[in-house]
Design a protein around this ligand. Sequence first.
Ligand code: ATM
Length: 252
Amino acid sequence: MSEKRGFFITLEGPEGSGKSSQARQLVQALRRAGRRVTFVRDPGSTALGRRLRRVLLHADVRGMTPLTEALLFIAGRVQLVEELIKPALAKGRIVVCDRFHDSTMAYQGHGGELDVAWLQVVGRRAIGGLMPDLTLLLDVPTEAGFRRVGRHRDRMERKAQAFHRRLRRGYLALARREPRRIIVIDATQPKTRVAQHVQQIVFKRLRMGRVLPLRDPTVRPRPPTIVGGPAGGRRGPPLRVTRPTEKSYGMV
Ligand code: ATM
């Protein structure tokens, strides 16, 4: 692997968490602060990734097993890491990635009920152990997230609510295992408040100026760090989620 000098940030969350628009705002804020940022999404951003994304999300593709899904998502990620993420990090850039390995763990592992320990090992090895320095998990209850998504749902969004509840619980379990890397933000707060939390956390971590050590997935679970939970702030009205287009990404 090329020497890593940049800083790698991922945004994660269930449907309707507003993560993609938060990712865009974060990129804008970092650029305004004079940082060089590569903005990508997983799956997507590479030619192969865009094709895989169409296959994976197309509502007409039926009967795909969770394992097939997982391996296709991982394949797209390998390409993304090699083609865009590693070269950008080697140049000292900040990489902001909309979803990454934790999505496979939450959606296919917990949601699809695959063997999560196996998936953790395979998924990490496939990308040479390149894990984010910081992951912002925008958490929203399943029902509230669905209300935000509306009626036009892709293949993943059409899965049963039980699947989406499992994946949300899966995300929170991942955050308990790696509380330093994965910060949970209450995404039911007003959009501007969520953006403030996201930017504060990222800017604080960047000022620390060091890359966090890779956590051993076998470490004992600890409570996740939750920012802006019920105790920390008012729950705001539902926010509208604008769907990103492919043009929003790949601005390297
Ligand atoms: P975005 O629209 O947030 O880019 O996500 C695309 C979908 O792909 C999303 N579900 N929906 N709708 C989550 C799903 N996904 C997985 O299931 N596994 C993965 O590994 C990744 C990266 C995404």
